[in-house]
Write a protein that binds this ligand. Structure first.
Ligand code: GLA
Ligand code: CA
Length: 800
């Protein structure tokens, strides 16, 4: 009896005390229509932040910023590849001390949701998987490949050593752990997902809640009976529609949007992405009013420092260094207008209590006057031992990141020829030390025309690797030259293809030590020359001229390592501007800041003040292209939206528009209004390489058309692979919001092609399927927002 009274008293106490992560054992589980925290209804208001994207000294500040938004939970991924950079060597210290991060969250009264992968996506190199898995060439990633599963188990156990003591059942802050990540966007494999579940259950115990996240359109594919199911969708989405199917299948289940996308990530060569604050806040307000839990992805995105930014596919779309994400807390930890709007709304759901205070930034923002990077060392100064034979991938050379120099001798070729291969990701071609051109995977390039050459001419190809693909089936993304390189010549209409042999493969690893060593060595030689200690021709002297040798070329580009210094009397956060540079990597005081690329949209790199010091600070730039001017300065604001493209991203070249006038459509008719997928089957199969979709009107009667995704169905009625797809033509594209034609096959239901207001009907989108295909129908997805804005009414489709 007394026990019962105490229990009841405790419960009522719990109801009035602020719900925050207190020390002491507890429970968290899915109840009827709601989550239950220590037996009481609980709405998860989670803020997604990634500890490796924040310098450790700033962790607590960022957690406090999330708390000031009225959040009660922090949601994190665990990135396998940052903890096990070399097979079998684990690091959970410093910036990798994930347990310490969770303890800091708890200290600040926050619960924690952990998403330990093994795959995480997250616009992170290879979706969090370690590159060295690819040393086993035929590995099946995210499947029950014995080696993959063996390494997953070892990794998860190591993470468990850190985090299992911190579950709520053990008195820690961790209330839930996620199993895999959006597996529905990868495949259908319940046995694999079950194996990951069993592995995690074995580590964290039966009592801890486990969940899986997916999209409302595909969560059933791998949904396991004994896991909590949550949905991912973005700002603006029609929320009832997103939970409709879950409600039918599990009417009593709590609802949670495990990734509510506050903004979006940026890729090189396209505009900075933003999403309206109002749409985000309204969506969260709606969810809270309905008792729906959420995690706001990202609440604070931070930075993908070093080489950790990933890339998207189909195609190859590497992500920029900043992971600002247009999140309420910006890349450098400050409150944005979105933050204040959100905070105001969240106050309504704070049980009438005062909102936690917004913490002061740990550092001021400073500027740095322009300075020059005067020291230089060419790539050659950093070369490792060559390996001869066929072209090797980075992985075959045992190298994760960086660049490789491939060289061979050519036979005599009297006329122009075409050099062809798979170059991952950015290749520059030199003949007899003269720059010929580049082959850029981002632009889907695979070949380059080269001039006539004499026998024995030296061909050098420098291939720089960018982030490995983090989404879809293409995550098995080898770097360097993949496969053979051929030369195709044409004489008297006869085509001859020869495979180039006898290569010298030289790895140029991307790390601070390599860069500093190369610069020190060249500086040493130069100092000796200056001191008159060395006279005449010094072999090492050639280094200082760059391997391109010729004076003319060295005037316009100096690919290699550049070093300079700046002095500070006061330390603070700053944004170093690299808009005069080519492409590469930056290190400040030994910290890898991230990638730069002149094409933008990102032109500055965030430098956390905690990595700077009073007095002399060092900057090293590894520029694989070479700068126009080797100068840098620090500004007090980031530049995340300045494109310097050779050519616009639009696909409106009228010469690319197919003439459809005398063609019979494969199908024509009317789509239904509203959200969700629609399928159209052709009356008979059609053969062709171009899929041409003509939109003649919209459901709303206006002239702006938007389409989120399109699939073509093959002769077996199944979806054709969209890997080889490119956009051939679009009459109108809203480039400002990145609503270009390629968005209809980027695998993302929240991104879309959209025409510009006033462009006039009919609208035409032409997709090149890569080769001739038999098409029997297609699937169409309008925008995910309420009322499906821009949804098409009358359409015609042609296969040509
Ligand atoms: C998915 C993934 C996340 C992230 C977002 C886009 O939801 O689960 O890791 O990649 O897309 O930012
Ligand atoms: Ca899309």
């Amino acid at each position: 009896m007394r026990r019962q009274i105490i229990f009841a008293l405790l419960l009522s106490l719990l109801a009035i005390t602020p719900v925050s992560a207190q020390k002491g054992k507890g429970t968290f589980e899915a109840g009827k229509g709601t989550f239950l925290l220590n037996g009481k209804p609980f709405v998860v208001k989670a803020a997604e932040v990634h500890y490796p994207r924040i310098p450790q000294p700033y962790w607590e500040h960022r957690i406090k910023m999330c708390k000031a938004l009225g959040m009660n939970t922090i949601c994190i991924y665990v990135f396998w590849n940052i903890h096990e950079q070399k097979e079998g060597e684990f690091d959970f210290t410093g910036n990798n001390d994930v347990a310490q991060f969770c303890r800091l969250a708890q200290k600040n009264g926050m619960y924690v949701i952990v998403r330990p992968g093994p795959y995480v996506c997250a616009e992170w190199e290879m979706g969090g998987l370690p590159w060295w898995l690819l040393k086993k060439k035929d590995i099946r990633l995210r499947e029950q490949d014995p080696y993959f599963m063996e390494r997953v188990k070892i990794f998860e156990e190591k993470v468990g050593e850190q985090l299992a003591p911190l579950t709520i059942q053990n008195g820690g802050p961790i209330i839930m752990v996620q199993v895999e990540n959006e597996y529905g966007s990868y495949g259908e494999d319940k046995p694999y997902v079950s194996a990951i579940r069993d592995c995690l259950r074995g580590i964290y115990g039966k009592e801890l809640a486990l969940f899986q996240c997916d999209w409302s359109s595909n969560f059933e594919k791998n949904g396991l009976d004994d896991l909590v199911w949550t949905m991912n969708f973005g700002t603006g989405a029609n929320i009832d529609q997103q939970f409709r199917r879950l409600g039918q299948l599990r009417p009593d289940a709590p609802k949670m949007c495990s990734e509510f996308w506050s903004g979006w990530f940026d890729k090189w060569g396209a505009r900075h992405e933003t999403r309206p604050a109002k749409d985000m806040v309204d969506g969260m307000d709606e969810m809270l009013s309905k008792g729906i839990s959420f995690s706001l992805y990202m609440t604070h995105g931070g930075t993908s420092f070093g080489h950790w930014a990933g890339a998207n596919s189909p195609g190859f779309a590497p992500d920029v260094t900043s992971y600002d994400y247009d999140a309420p807390i910006n890349e450098y930890g400050q409150a944005t207008p979105k933050f204040w709007e959100l905070r105001k709304m969240m106050e309504k759901y704070n049980d009438g209590k005062k909102m936690p205070t917004v913490p002061k930034a740990p550092m001021p923002i400073i500027t740095v006057p322009k300075f020059e990077l005067k020291e230089f060392a060419p790539f050659m100064a950093a070369m490792t031992k060559p390996v001869n034979g066929a072209p090797k991938t980075f992985e075959e050379m045992g190298m994760g990141w960086g660049a490789m120099m491939y060289s061979t001798r050519l036979p005599e070729i009297a006329s122009q020829s075409v050099l062809t291969g798979e170059f991952h990701d950015f290749a520059q071609v030199f003949i007899d030390k003269k720059y010929i051109g580049k082959i850029d995977r981002v632009k889907n390039e695979k070949s380059l025309t080269i001039p006539a050459v004499k026998k024995g001419a030296e061909l050098i190809i420098i291939v720089e690797g960018m982030g490995r693909i983090n989404f879809g089936r293409a995550i098995k993304d080898f770097k360097g030259i993949v496969g053979n390189v051929t030369l195709t010549t044409e004489t008297d209409d006869v085509e001859m293809v020869m495979t180039l042999k006898n290569w010298m493969n030289v790895a140029i690893p991307d790390d601070y030590e390599t860069a500093a060593k190369a610069l020190d060595m060249v500086k040493g030689v130069n100092d000796q020359i200056a001191a008159g200690k060395v006279k005449g021709s010094v072999p090492a002297l050639a280094f200082t001229q760059g391997y391109e040798g010729s004076k003319k070329l060295s005037d316009i580009m100096k690919p290699g390592y550049h070093r300079g210094y700046f002095n500070l009397s006061k330390v603070g956060d700053t944004f170093l501007n690299f808009e005069t540079w080519g492409k590469g990597q930056v290190y400040v005081n030994g910290h890898a800041l991230g990638r730069i690329w002149s094409i933008g949209p990102q032109q500055t790199l965030y430098v956390p003040g905690c990595w700077l010091k009073k007095g002399k600070n060092e900057v090293i730039v590894l520029d694989v292209v070479g700068p126009k001017e080797a100068v840098v300065w620090g500004q007090d604001k980031p530049e995340l939206n300045k494109l310097q493209l050779e050519k616009s991203n639009k696909h409106n070249n009228i010469g690319d528009k197919p003439d459809l006038n005398s063609d019979t459509p494969a199908a024509q008719g009317q789509f239904n209004g509203g959200n969700g997928w629609q399928t159209v089957k052709f009356s008979s199969p059609k053969k062709g390489r171009l899929l041409c979709l003509e939109a003649l009107s919209t459901q709303a009667g206006d002239d702006v058309v938007a389409i989120a995704e399109i699939y073509a169905l093959g002769s077996d009625g199944k979806r054709l692979s969209r890997e080889p797809w490119t956009t051939k033509y679009a009459d109108s594209e809203n480039e400002n919001g990145n609503h270009t034609g390629d968005k209809v096959y980027d695998l993302q239901e929240s991104t879309y092609w959209q025409t510009v207001k006033g462009a006039g009907f009919p609208h035409l989108l032409v997709i090149d399927l890569g080769s001739e295909q038999t098409v029997t129908g297609f699937e169409y997805l309008p925008r995910a927002e309420q009322g499906a804005p821009g949804s098409v009414k009358n359409y015609k489709i042609f296969i040509k």
